[in-house]
Structure formats: C-alpha cells, structure tokens
Design a protein around this ligand. Structure first.
Ligand SMILES: [Zn+2]
Length: 284
C-alpha cells in the first residue's frame, strides 16, 4: 500500500472523559465485570488545512442534557467520569493546539459529540448525511439513538456539512475496496472517509495513509477493542440491536478483520479501546 498523497499528517490522540459499563455488553463471552471505556478523539495537523478533530468526546453539555428524565437513563446505563481538566479546549491548549479549523464527527452519539459545545467557537462540522437525517426525530427516539434532545437541538442549530459533498474517491489503492468508495476529507487524499455502517446511524471512519505515527484507521465504534477484533469476538446481539443494525455491524466487523489480517501494519484505533487510549492507573 503506497499512499497517494504526499502529505504526512501530524497525529495526536487522547481521551476526553470516559464511561463505565459491563465488559460483557461489548464482547461475547467476556466477564460481567465493570470496565472503563475511554472517549477517544484524534487531532490531525495538516500543513494547509490546519487543525482537524476526529470526534470530540464528552463535554459539559452531556451532564446538562442527561439531567432530566428520561435522558437520565443514559447516565445510569453508562456512568461518565469527566473531570474539569478533561475538557476538550483545555486538553487542546495543553498540547499547544489553537482553535480547531474543522471537526469531523464519526457519528452523533453523545460521547462523540458533546465536547464540541465546549469549544469557544465552533468551526465547520462535517458528518454523514444519514447521521444528520436521523436527528430529525422525537425526544424518545433521539435518546434511543444515543443523542439526548438537548444535544440534538444544539447539533441541529449548526450548519452541518455532509461528507457526501466531498470528492468521491476509490479506496482500492488502500486495500479498502470492500468498504465501497470513500470521500476525500482534505482534498489531497491524506484523510479518507470510510463508511462503517452498523453502529448508530451513518457511522463513518477516517483512514489516514500517512501520519507521523504511520498509517492509521480511525474506526470509531465499529469495534470496541482491537483485542476483540483480533479474537473475532463480536458484541452480544442485544448490544448490536440496541445500538444500530446488527447485520450491518457484523458485516463491517468482518471487513475490518479481513483488512487487519491483510494489513497488520495499519494501526486500527477504536474510540473506546484502551489499547488505543490507555487509562491511567488509579483512575476508577
Ligand atoms: Zn457510538
């Protein structure tokens, strides 16, 4: 696999809060012990396009949006740990990043979106058309779709751009033809949008052929951990049905596994994977 683009993206990744839940809900045959699931994001630096975020993690809006009932159920199911020092702007500033120039959202679950609203100024935001269309729904349906009404309303107030308006490109040169065509996020094939259906609505990932940390595939929630992909252990059906389209998830998982077996040198980073986003000892 030879990158077509000559651009090498500067790559950084970190957690913006985390939640806790039973491990068995994410992996068949896993114990029922409570595990921690980081809300991982990535920051890409492009020589001309500036600072681009892949997802935004948790934010102050999550606590607000899940205060009323029935939205409160969301935090009962997945209790969130989010310290003041975890906020997206603070973590960006700490690492020397200025205000982001573009935000790419893999899908519109609250744990990928809430941090956006902690930014002092919201830059252009891009996500899939299917994800945007699904926002147009009632309070309960929106909650069931992982996006509490308050967050849905804030998203709808933005002028969201759709990935489908980007130039369409073949993913075949990257060994990703099984995923169909992709979209060129930055115009030089340095970041390719890849459809990853099955989790949530209209989920997409980003394939980065060349970064300062090698080739990286940001797969959001298409898998919960690299370990589970390697072991070919899917989440239980109950989880797949609750969070999206079971059959599509299984199909996407199989394609990712085949890709990983063919290209083990590509780092696959899932948003809630502790291998991609290590938890510090002592955090509970
Ligand atoms: Zn999700």
């Amino acid at each position: 696999m030879q990158p077509v683009s000559e651009t090498v993206l500067d790559f950084t990744s970190f957690r913006v809060g985390y939640c806790s839940g039973p491990l068995a809900m994410t992996q068949r045959g896993a114990p029922w012990r409570i595990a921690r699931f980081p809300a991982g994001i990535a920051v890409l630096r492009h020589p001309e396009r500036g600072t681009i975020l892949f997802d935004t993690g948790y934010g102050a809006l999550f606590a607000q949006a899940t205060k009323p009932f029935p939205e409160r159920i969301y935090r009962w199911l997945t209790p969130v740990t989010f310290q003041p020092a975890d906020t997206l702007p603070d973590q960006l500033a700490k690492r020397g990043f200025g205000a982001p120039d573009l935000v790419f959202l893999s899908h519109l679950h609250a744990d990928h979106v809430a941090g956006l609203f902690d930014l002092a100024t919201i830059p252009p935001v891009i996500t899939s058309r299917a994800a945007i269309e699904k926002l147009d729904t009632g309070r309960i349906a929106s909650l069931q779709a992982g996006c509490p009404a308050m967050i849905r309303d804030k998203l709808q107030s933005l002028d969201l751009q759709t990935v489908e308006t980007l130039p369409r490109i073949s993913l075949a040169p990257y060994g990703l033809s099984a995923f169909g065509d992709g979209y060129d996020l930055l115009g030089d094939q340095s970041a390719l949008v890849v459809a990853l259906p099955g989790h949530g609505f209209g989920q997409t990932g980003l394939f980065l052929p060349a970064t300062t940390q090698g080739a990286i595939f940001l797969v959001a929630d298409a898998i919960w951990s690299l370990e589970a992909l390697k072991a070919n252990r899917l989440p239980p059906d109950m989880t797949l049905r609750r969070l999206g389209d079971r059959d599509a998830f299984i199909d996407t998982f199989a394609r990712l596994r085949a890709f990983h077996l063919s290209y083990p040198q590509v780092r696959i980073m899932a948003s809630h994977c502790t291998e991609a986003y290590p938890m510090n000892d002592g955090e509970v």
